[in-house]
Design a protein around this ligand. Sequence first.
Ligand code: AP5
Ligand code: ZN
Length: 203
Amino acid sequence: PRILLIGPPGAGKGTQSKRIVETYGVEHITTGDALRANKDMETEFGKPREYMDKGELVPDPVVNEIVVAALEDAEGFVLDGYPRNEAQAEYLDDQTDLDIVALLDVGRDELVKRLTGRRVDPETGENYHVEYDMPTDEAVRDRLEQRDDDTEEVVVDRLDVYDENTKPLIEFYEGRDLLTRVDGDQTPDEVWHDLRLAIEDAL
Ligand code: AP5
Ligand code: ZN
């Protein structure tokens, strides 16, 4: 399957992508993780890192290139964090077809709580949350870090950037008859239950 997960920062795109990968054996294509893995990357537009730390979008050519390379070796995939504006969506449209675009819907207050409370294990990349989901292993607990863009100040900017640039894609994909809304404001298991039904329905 060729799945696109769309939704605001903190909606659970990464969390649900993992389940999609486990269930369908597809590639996880995520521009955010790819950019973070390459944190000293230099481009003709400057360092992606500097855009990310401010919550701004990294220039389209940089992320388009990441995605086109990843699509080349992927039979099926789940796209997470791309496209984020209409130009990226048009570019993607020229590269591949999609089976489903699933929108994870979550309200703003909950998003702020999830993002400011998120902690990441630098060794495994696993996401945790100070309130909802802490590791039982003390060694893991002690090494958890906060993502640089998960401070309250940057979170607010990221949510505004989403509203302005990415939200219009909901209409874009509705117009192509690909969009399904999933209530993302439930437990991860409940979200996965609904999301999986939506995917099965679309295949
Ligand atoms: P990116 O890495 O894509 O971040 P994001 O879209 O802001 O999304 P997040 O990763 O923060 O959230 P998520 O939806 O994956 O949620 P998660 O599952 O982790 O992008 C970062 C930056 O890179 C951008 O700001 C931009 O600068 C740049 N960039 C990336 N792609 C780009 C592009 N295409 N174009 C231009 N620039 C680009 O969950 C969040 C937290 O909530 C976790 O703690 C988790 O444990 C918890 N949680 C998850 N689900 C639930 C649940 N159901 N209930 C309770 N808690 C939950
Ligand atoms: Zn993510």
